[in-house]
Design a protein around this ligand. Structure first.
Ligand code: ZN
Length: 671
């Protein structure tokens, strides 16, 4: 997987927090199915001055490509946005009418989605105000506020907003359709799918056998010239999107001037690629970037992900500036250093323990700026680069973004979820206090140790569990994490203050696995996804095994069902027993036993419980999508020298968007 998507839903499921609320609200705006959350950048103030300055320059570079993404998403996005922003800035009429509110909401949605199509479903937004209203509002504003270029595009803008047949979907993936002619993105112009496929097949054929193939077509629009021949308009200095790219390069040069090696050379190679547009240079840059594991400040800036192109070739522009979260990295380092102890004390049969185990220490980062296709909606992890041959030869960087998940958790705090689904006050308190730490540690144990633990019996090759393999593998890693989360060793290593952290994690896990994760499943469907199956498998198995001792109990109060854990210590012992059995199944390649477990415990959904969970969950009115407001940075200069960089946390979504449009719009309306 290239990107770790922001699973807004699961974040809500696990929502809780570990620190006191600041005085500012975390959710700064909400409209339609979206909430906008601010995030904080802990640790920024403590960075050395050169690193703060580096963050500042990279953050500026991250803001300069915003218009590129708008134009990539649809060729009318910039004229539509500019028209509405001009109205938003200059309209002096009544701003309290339903029509105005609808217009304002539409503009907020366009900002959020970087265009007129929903960022997730790709469908065009349906305006809740009329063309007549928009035109009447425009009429009250002096023409020169719009300018000649925008006035000339008025008709096109209205068609784009109000005609359902125009640009209906950004990304059409329906098999059988011409995916290019039916998609409204701007990666291909008057080019059919067959023509584009032939064009790139020929390019690949000419390069056949090259073990280091470039990502053909990644950084260009494919069009026809006057003679009808297919040509690429490359996104580079002097090419398409040049005015924005020149600005990006300008800030990268400043970043380069304060960066230390090896990062200095890495930035230089990115600048060279932006100047020449040569994809070979992009590969050079990626190799340098992936090999640099020492620089504290790191960043992504470029044409990276190809999800927006129906052919999966053209990349949208995105940016992200970050630095290492040293406290979280220390946590995974401690776990990793003790990997052998965990393996030796694991409840699995001694012959299935690994004799020599090596922990992986996961990298955790703090994001300082989001841009392009990472703003406002952002992934919570990064796994790059994308070129397969580079991943094979040089590996990839995989990181999780802690301050974003933290902000998401904080925003979910008080959304009524825990009050609705957690019966006992002491469970709620523990979850509020330790839920985030429990989640983080469980993930660390799962990723750093769980998957890498254990060994196969002689003669077992792996792969015997077939279609049940991934569910059982996730089950194994989850159990490893759950078992050790409740081990006194965690306290001894200083990873948790007390076992209350584990009990918070256990209560949440059981609640989610037996109940609340069902909200994500459509009515009438069973559990399909491997991680959801593994959670259900663990919970239902432990419920049944612990029944005699009432370890886990269903309670009905006021006609509502609740699931509670009565005995955390016994539950931990059950996790250990189950890990023993799941490891045996994997080590021996026991397909039948694995299949029987999954089919018995992990798949079938009780339709009554399912309906109840969905009703109670959706009754809370929690927006399913979230995005983030960026912090703002300011250089502090004395006698012409930078002496500090200040950070501030604005809370006005519309103001940030209007500010970006004013200060970071470098492209013409049509490109
Ligand atoms: Zn896993």
């Amino acid at each position: 997987m290239k990107k770790i998507a922001l699973m807004s839903f699961s974040a809500i499921m696990f929502a809780s927090c570990g620190a006191p609320q600041g005085e500012k609200p975390w959710i700064v705006d909400r409209f339609d199915d979206v909430k906008v959350i601010r995030y904080e950048v802990p640790g920024f103030e403590a960075l050395p001055l050169e690193q703060k300055e580096l963050v500042y320059y990279l953050a500026e570079a991250a803001k300069c490509g915003r218009d590129i993404l708008f134009d990539q998403n649809c060729p009318v996005n910039l004229p539509v946005r500019r028209t509405l922003e001009t109205v938003y800035e200059h309209y002096e009429g009544d701003r309290t009418t339903p029509e105005w509110k609808a217009l304002e909401k539409y503009l907020k949605k366009v900002w959020f989605a970087n265009g007129i199509h929903h960022h997730y479903s790709n469908d065009k937004f349906v305006p809740e105000f009329t063309e007549g209203y928009l035109l009447s509002v425009i009429e009250t504003i002096p023409e020169e506020k719009f300018g000649d270029e925008l006035n000339a595009l008025r008709g096109e803008v209205c068609v784009a907003i109000f005609d359902p047949a125009a640009y209906p979907t950004r990304l059409n993936q329906r098999a059988g359709d011409d995916l290019l002619l039916t998609s409204s993105s701007n990666y291909y112009k008057n080019v059919s799918q067959a023509e584009a496929e032939r064009f790139y097949a020929a390019m690949a054929a000419a390069d056949a056998g090259n073990p280091e193939p470039v990502s053909y077509g990644l950084n260009s629009q494919l069009v026809k010239d006057e003679a009808g021949r297919l040509v690429e308009r490359t996104w580079k200095v002097g090419g398409m999107y040049s005015p924005a790219i020149e600005r990006i390069v300008g800030w990268l040069e400043k970043a380069q001037s304060v960066a230390a090696e090896p990062q200095k050379s890495t930035i230089a190679s990115l600048i060279e690629y932006y100047r020449k547009g040569d994809l070979k240079k992009f590969d050079d840059y990626n190799i340098r970037w992936v090999r640099d594991t020492v620089s504290n400040v790191d960043f992504v800036n470029g044409f990276i992900e190809d999800y927006g192109d129906p052919l999966g070739r053209k990349a949208s522009w995105e940016a992200n500036v970050n630095f290492m979260d040293s406290a979280a990295c220390r946590r995974t380092a401690v776990i990793s250093e003790n990997a052998q102890w965990f393996e030796d004390h694991s409840p699995v049969a001694p012959e299935y323990r690994k004799k020599k185990v090596k922990g992986v220490s996961a990298k955790v980062i703090t994001v300082a700026m989001l841009g392009g296709d990472c703003y406002p909606a952002t992934p919570i992890g990064i796994n790059l680069p994308n070129a397969d041959w580079i991943r094979k030869e040089y590996g990839s960087k995989s990181v999780t973004i802690d301050n974003i998940t933290y902000a998401y958790d904080m925003a979910a705090h008080g959304n009524g979820f825990n009050e609705e689904f957690v019966l006992r006050a002491d469970d709620r308190e523990r979850m509020d206090r330790y839920g985030k730490l429990a989640d983080d540690l469980h993930t660390d144990l799962h990723e750093c140790l769980g998957h890498g633990s254990g060994q196969l019996a002689p003669g077992v090759a792996g792969g015997e569990l077939k279609s049940y393999g991934s569910t059982l593998e996730e089950t194994r890693a989850d159990l490893f994490g759950l078992y050790y989360l409740g081990d006194p060793k965690m306290v001894e290593l200083g990873l948790i203050p007390s076992l209350d952290v584990a009990w918070a994690g256990y209560a949440k896990y059981i609640l989610n696995g037996m109940m609340t994760q069902l909200a994500r499943i459509e009515p009438g469907k069973n559990v399909e996804e491997a991680h959801m199956r593994n959670r259900k498998l663990i919970c239902e198995w432990c419920y049944e095994r612990g029944k005699a001792d009432n370890v886990i109990e269903w309670v009905v109060e006021d006609g509502k069902r609740y699931v509670v854990v009565n005995d955390f210590v016994k539950l931990r012992a059950l996790f250990g027993e189950m890990l023993h059995e799941i490891q045996r199944i994997k080590s021996e390649g026991d397909y039948e036993a694995g299949r029987d477990l999954v089919e018995k415990y992990a798949v079938a959904v009780d339709p009554e419980l399912h309906a109840e969970v969905r009703e109670r969950y959706y009754g809370l009115g929690i927006e399913p999508y979230g995005g983030f407001l960026n912090p703002e940075y300011e250089l502090v200069e004395r006698d012409g020298k930078v002496v500090d960089v200040k950070i501030a946390y604005p809370t006005d979504y519309a103001a940030q968007m209007m500010g970006y449009s004013k200060n970071y719009s470098f492209l013409p309306l049509k490109n």
